[in-house]
Ligand binder design. Structure first.
Ligand SMILES: *Cc1c(COP(=O)(O)O)cnc(C)c1O
Length: 483
């Protein structure tokens, strides 16, 4: 016994390093605080994109310990200052993310108390708070109170949860799969196709719908397609619309698609990961009419609510269907099973143990209220309009009036191949790096995208972007004149 106690004491003298003293905690926190302040205060001077193919050797796990100063330096130099700077207001590529400060301090609190947010029994507070956020989103999107939902790690997993539920509700398995049909837009986010594969539906019939000139699904042709498929003995099962596509920000005609889907008994899923929260704006809320007709809906608070990466959300109307798919239990869980408990996140998601990600959405909403979030969304819409008008003045062609805050532009040179020219132009823009743009292919045309969604994108940054593009355009023209 004595030997045993001696051994334990010896180990304790080592393992206690994992519980720093208050002095050490204060020291860590003050260094991290300094790093955070310095990062935010100098954001406007930092590049938005620094291309690097270098794989750092600083991340190697060795037995040698480092100081907090050393790890902060590694973080700053090897992580924060490489690639795309997602915290920068100059991030106008892909779909920009957020990272508001009040969410960061919420995450700090969550990590300290380490709430177990998967089950009501373990953390009634955390689970109730997350359910309240789900309730709020049900109101925002006009979903019935009986719907359920989940805060996931992002839009991809949120979509996966919805599609799995749809599959089971319609009993699509075995021989049924090859005969069944899903209708999607060619512009649907690729995570939908990935989810279909993960849930064993890679052999299902995927029928791509025809789009109009604004890249929205043509709902009349959709209706005709269903009739044709039924006539051919197929089993139309689900339609997926987007409220804000990644390529052009297009919002499909949600109401018309919903009417058809409901009538034809299709599962109606809407991917609103990027665009969903624009429903809060006065200027765009009309585009979301009919969103309430869907059976399931995905939004990404780490996009449209400017939160740090790691929070998506799904709402699903049919609670029984969700539970059928996701509710499991086991003997070792018996203490956690209580009658009449509210919906447990674990019953609605593939995750059991989960990060209490709701707090980073709840605290900012409490501290700021909703108004600045909505103002920020309206501001992004107007900045997109401003950018489009100005870039047109600079001699660029622009895509059609966008539904939301994503648009695209390209330059048509007189003698050189247009795609070649615009690719080179984007290369110069990336070399410059002060502002980041990405590209896509639309009707075989290489176009440069502008996506305004970072809460830090302000008028000043758009002006800076326009100036930079003008300079890069001149460079590109000179480049081709020389070759
Ligand atoms: C971002 C996005 C997704 C994927 O969401 P993640 O949060 O990146 O997993 C899905 N659909 C659309 C329309 C998106 O913009």
């Amino acid at each position: 016994m004595k030997k045993l106690i001696e051994k334990i004491s010896k180990l304790e003298s080592i393992s206690c390093a994992l519980e720093p003293s208050q002095e050490q905690r204060d020291m860590y926190l003050s260094k991290v605080k300094h790093f955070g302040n310095d990062f935010i205060n100098t954001l406007n001077k930092q590049k938005t994109f620094i291309s690097s193919k270098h794989i750092s050797d600083k991340f190697k796990i060795t037995s040698k310990k480092k100081t907090i100063d050393e790890v902060i330096t590694i973080y700053k130099e090897e992580i924060a200052e490489k690639g795309i700077n997602p915290a920068s207001g100059g991030h106008l590529g892909y779909i920009p993310g957020g990272g508001i400060y009040t969410a960061a301090i919420s995450d700090y609190m969550v990590d300290i108390t380490n709430e177990y947010a998967g089950m009501f029994y373990a953390s009634p507070g955390a689970v109730s708070l997350e359910n309240e956020l789900i309730n709020w989103m049900k109101e925002v999107f006009n979903y019935p109170n009986s719907a359920v939902g989940n805060l996931s790690s992002g839009g991809s997993i949120a979509n996966l949860i919805a599609l799995t539920t749809a599959r089971d509700k319609h009993n699509i398995k075995g021989d049924q799969i090859k005969n069944s049909v899903i209708y999607i837009s060619p512009q649907v986010h690729h995570c939908i196709l990935k989810a279909l594969r993960i849930i064993g539906l890679e052999d299902i019939g995927i029928h791509y719908l025809v789009l109009d000139e604004f890249s929205r699904i043509n709902s009349e042709l959709f209706r005709e397609q269903i009739d044709l498929d039924i006539k051919n003995g197929l089993n139309p099962f689900m339609v997926i619309a987007s409220a804000g596509t990644t390529d052009t920000g297009a919002v499909d005609p949600l109401y018309n698609i919903g009417k058809i889907a409901n009538k034809m008994n299709l599962w109606y899923h809407i991917d609103a990961a990027y665009g969903g929260f624009f429903i809060l704006t006065q200027s765009k809320k009309h585009l979301f009419k009919g969103i309430e007709l869907s059976d399931s809906l995905v939004v990404d608070p780490h996009k449209g609510m400017f939160l740090p990466y790691g929070i998506g959300a799904v709402l699903i109307k049919d609670k029984d269907a969700v539970f059928q798919t996701h509710h499991y239990t086991a003997d070792y869980m018996q203490d956690a099973l209580i009658d009449e408990a509210p919906v447990n996140p674990a019953d609605v998601s593939p995750e059991l143990t989960k990060h209490f990600r709701g707090l980073r959405m709840w605290i900012p909403l409490q501290l700021h209220g909703l108004e600045p979030f909505v103002a920020c969304l309206e501001e992004k819409l107007l900045l997109t309009t401003y950018f489009r008008e100005k870039i047109k003045e600079s001699g660029f062609q622009i895509g059609p009036e966008p539904d939301l805050s994503v648009s695209y532009f390209w330059f048509t040179p007189s003698k050189i191949d247009t795609n070649l020219f615009n690719k080179k132009l984007l290369e110069f823009i990336h070399d410059n790096g002060s502002i980041y743009f990405s590209s896509t292919i639309l009707n075989k045309k290489f176009v440069i995208r502008v996506a305004v969604l970072s809460f830090r994108t302000k008028l000043e940054i758009i002006d800076k972007a326009l100036k930079m593009i003008d300079q890069c355009l001149e460079k590109t023209i000179n480049y081709f004149n020389k070759t």
